[in-house]
Ligand binder design. Structure first.
Ligand SMILES: C[S@@+](CC[C@H](N)C(=O)[O-])C[C@H]1O[C@@H](n2cnc3c(N)ncnc32)[C@H](O)[C@@H]1O
Length: 220
């Protein structure tokens, strides 16, 4: 795992609604952190089938996850979120959307992609509003950097897309710069992906007067 993490640990306390959603769905839809260390771990077993894999990194409270997964029943959607109350809230969102093809895991997404997704094993990757780390001294914590981009490029299948969105202009510039420099990827800034539900962090950005940038890159 990289030494500088792209997230900070936040509170783990559930609201009553999150507790209820957790109790109702975690056994079926959450891959426990320690499961990934068990010999023979295979993602497909947790989905109960073999299907093309979409990964969402930093699914937050799952507003995009459930709706997008429900619209793609032929795909398995793995949502990686280290903030457990967010996962609990996402379970309620997935249930409300009628998505049965989504699983959640609280393991660091970088480690997960490195160790549990084979090269060419990703049908699509979604990174919506990754933590912006706005202070210059924290920029090294930003998820989307040159090294991570090289890892993603290797994990995407030929023709697969990486969709990103951010409300921080300088992070959008950084994303473009590192993704443009990756020879296996082509793409750039695109109009807002219409299908992408507005999330908590998009709302926050808009309320603060920031501009939303969507990007989409394809693996050659
Ligand atoms: C700013 S929030 C955005 C959440 C959601 N996508 C939205 O638009 O509301 C970013 C989320 O990414 C999660 N995160 C950051 N780095 C991560 C990593 N390496 N692995 C898994 N989750 C991560 C954080 O816990 C946080 O909840």
């Amino acid at each position: 795992m990289r030494e500088v993490l792209s997230y900070s640990r936040r509170g783990s306390r559930f609201t009553p609604q999150q507790r209820e959603a957790w109790e109702a769905h975690h056994a079926a839809w959450v891959i426990p952190d320690d499961a990934v260390d068990r010999p023979g771990f295979r993602l497909a077993e947790w989905f109960g089938r073999e299907a093309p894999l979409i990964v969402e990194i930093g699914s937050g409270v799952g507003e995009a996850t459930g709706v997008l997964a429900a619209a793609r029943p032929a795909y398995d959607v793995l949502a990686l979120e280290v903030w457990r109350p967010g996962v609990a809230a996402s379970l309620a969102e997935a249930a409300a959307a009628g998505a049965t093809n989504v699983r959640f895991c609280g393991i660091d997404a970088v480690w997960m992609l490195q160790h549990l997704v084979r090269p060419g094993g990703l049908a699509e990757l979604w990174t919506f509003f990754p933590d912006p780390w706005p202070k210059t001294r924290h920029h090294k914590r930003r998820l989307v950097d040159r090294e991570f981009t090289a890892l993603v490029a290797e994990r995407l299948a030929p023709g697969a897309r990486w969709r990103l969105a951010t409300d921080w202009t300088d992070y959008a510039t950084q994303m473009r710069s590192v993704l443009d420099a990756e020879p296996a990827l082509s793409g750039g800034v695109v109009p807002r992906w219409e299908e992408r539900p507005v999330t908590k962090f998009e709302r926050k950005g808009l309320e603060a007067g920031r501009t939303i940038t969507d990007l989409c890159y394809t693996r050659g």
